[in-house]
Design a protein around this ligand. Sequence first.
Ligand SMILES: NC(=O)c1ccc[n+]([C@@H]2O[C@H](COP(=O)([O-])OP(=O)(O)OC[C@H]3O[C@@H](n4cnc5c(N)ncnc54)[C@H](OP(=O)(O)O)[C@@H]3O)[C@@H](O)[C@H]2O)c1
Length: 264
Amino acid sequence: MDLQIKGKKALMAGGSAGMGRATAERLAEAGVDLYISARREDRLVQSAKEMSEKYGTTVTPIVADSSTDEGRSALFAACPDPDILSITIKPPAPNGNFLNVTPDMWRSSIETTLVGPIEIMRNYIPGMKERQWGRIVNIATFSAKNPMIWRLLSGPARSALLNYTASVSREIAGHGVLINNILPGMFRTEGFDENTQAYADAFGLEPTQEVCLPHFLEHNKIPAGFLAEAEDMAPMAALLCSPLARFIVGQNIVIDGGQHQSIF
Ligand SMILES: NC(=O)c1ccc[n+]([C@@H]2O[C@H](COP(=O)([O-])OP(=O)(O)OC[C@H]3O[C@@H](n4cnc5c(N)ncnc54)[C@H](OP(=O)(O)O)[C@@H]3O)[C@@H](O)[C@H]2O)c1
């Protein structure tokens, strides 16, 4: 399918690994002029080089923490006017006992998963409106819609993000600027593996893949029968970034292998 985005400018905020990288790959493949950001420079620069060589398109790395004012300023300076914006930010790790979640932990969750994406969108929406075209896709989490007691520092703040985008997307859709959210379920990414220690702590397990992965699969029944790869969500993200999605406004698309049962 031709996504009709060749030559457009795209920013993947959080694009050096996991689902951000997989989305960036699909956009690069479609011929966009790509910018990717992340906090860790080495992996970011390497990812940009690999994608640029693979797809023959420009991929500009930007070292920036999307959860801070300083990081966002660096992002805005390096890429002032993207047509396409996708955002993903890593929230704090899995929590243990809910009674041990402190105000500082809530603040960190809100700064990363709520204020970060909102501030990035707020910066870019006026330019997109002026140009009468834009696509924004947040990569959030299915626990925004289906609460999980061990993901309190990810789900609740993302529920607020969904609430924000539900309103704002309707406000700007008439200008050709669309916001939609992807809500991923369980994906085996670099970030997933980095959470092994925190997952083990939350459930009182030995922090090894051999112990944690079977425990995880036992407690997260996935009807599709497997833990997803980042590439399993990227085609949907790329579609939402294209002109083909022009009638899809303010939607929350769950990609979870059927893990959570709900009609809407
Ligand atoms: N994997 C899952 O099973 C799962 C389940 C539900 C929801 N999600 C959500 O899906 C999103 C993507 O997850 P993933 O597993 O693909 O993560 P990942 O493998 O850790 O990739 C995240 C990407 O974003 C970058 N990033 C993270 N925090 C950032 C920040 N503050 N500023 C700038 N860049 C940042 C990372 O690079 P640096 O670390 O170098 O910054 C990396 O490039 C996350 O929001 C996560 O909460 C994941």
